[in-house]
Write a protein that binds this ligand. Structure first.
Ligand code: NAP
Length: 301
């Protein structure tokens, strides 16, 4: 039996539109209703037939939902939830896809007191945004981390977990604070480093912009993909997961200083040992099916 039969998606960008497409592909009997604050996004959604219905207001979108999934930037979650609070059916479950969980849970609990809130984070995405960037298979073989608040109803948690399994994800359950720490190191810090490197390269005065672009295949190009990610989404992630990101940044700075020292003092063993360890991590990621094993990420040459 399907875990939900009437799903409402609030925010029809990359993740919301991918979720709408996935539901229609893998759970075709589920009725999907959408809403986005941006009228232009609603128009595009209707033009590409993203959902069974796209409502002009959040309240109208949730009136008969049994699951509402918020797919808006993390710092907009509370405002978006408050928008439909009065129209939410009593037995509906509210979830979200936000990239950080402690802050989002606090926002949703404040906006929807006493309601069933089961947050989740599909660890899947691309550097693109907007309703046309989504695709139905985005969550296939990817992890979705469900982060229920203390005391959540286990049956509601299981329904949300089953929902994500149905669109192809592997589900793990975690405490919200632990999720934020893990994602700070696996996702948020790498994005911060990419933004820094690309920013530094573009600021260099003795290397021209055209040289940076021309020779980008030397490693820089892979950072530019990450650094092209949505500015609103990532601004919100760093501000909402401030403590965990600052903690990981401190650890990273210390490790960077150790590397700096190894280079300065010709400590080749330290460099070689670290690079051997990191190569093994890359191999495990490929073994676990989390990336393309082809050379150069499968790019055509
Ligand atoms: P996106 O493509 O920019 O889409 C977000 C959409 O939400 C936009 O159309 C935006 O409209 C709309 N929106 C903003 N505030 C709203 C509100 N109050 N009510 C209704 N709609 C509102 O972003 P995304 O990449 O899909 O990210 C959405 C969420 O998924 C974020 O919380 C992010 O942390 C999470 N996530 C992202 C990824 C990823 O790789 N991108 C992966 C996993 C999870 P405007 O354009 O007018 O602002």
């Amino acid at each position: 039996m399907l875990p939900f039969s009437r799903v409402t998606i609030i925010g029809l960008g990359l993740i919301g539109s991918s979720l709408a497409r996935s539901i229609r592909q893998y759970m075709p009997t589920v009725r999907v209703t959408g809403h986005d604050a941006d009228p232009q996004v609603r128009e595009i959604g209707r033009a590409i037939d993203l959902c069974d219905d796209i409502a002009d207001t959040a309240g109208a979108a949730v009136t008969d939902a049994d699951l509402v999934v918020l797919c808006v930037p993390v710092r907009a979650m509370g405002v978006a939830a408050a928008d439909f609070a009065d129209d939410l059916p009593a037995d509906a479950i509210v979830s979200d896809v936000g990239s950080c969980k402690v802050d989002v849970l606090a926002q949703l609990s404040a906006a929807l007191p006493g309601r069933a809130i089961i947050p989740a984070h599909p660890v899947a995405g691309t550097e693109n945004s907007g309703p046309e960037a989504g695709f139905a298979t985005l969550f296939q073989g990817r992890w979705c981390i469900v982060t229920p608040p203390a005391g959540a109803d286990p049956a509601a948690v299981e329904r949300v977990a089953e929902f994500w399994r149905r669109v192809g994800a592997d589900v793990e359950t975690m405490e919200p604070a632990h999720h934020d720490l893990v994602l700070a190191v696996t996702s948020h810090l790498p994005h911060l480093i990419a933004y820094t490197i690309v920013g530094t390269a573009s600021d260099l005065e003795d290397v021209t912009q055209s040289e940076v672009i021309k020779y980008s295949a030397g490693g820089f190009r892979d950072f530019t993909r990450i650094a092209a990610s949505d500015p609103t989404m990532w601004r919100d992630v760093f501000l909402a997961n401030k403590d965990a990101v600052l903690e990981m940044l401190q650890r990273f700075s210390e490790d960077l200083s150790a590397l700096q020292r190894a280079i300065r003092w010709d400590d080749g063993d330290a460099l070689f040992n670290l690079f051997t360890r990191t190569r093994a991590i890359r191999r495990s990621i490929i073994e676990q099916g989390q990336d393309d094993p082809k050379p150069d990420f499968g790019r055509k040459h």
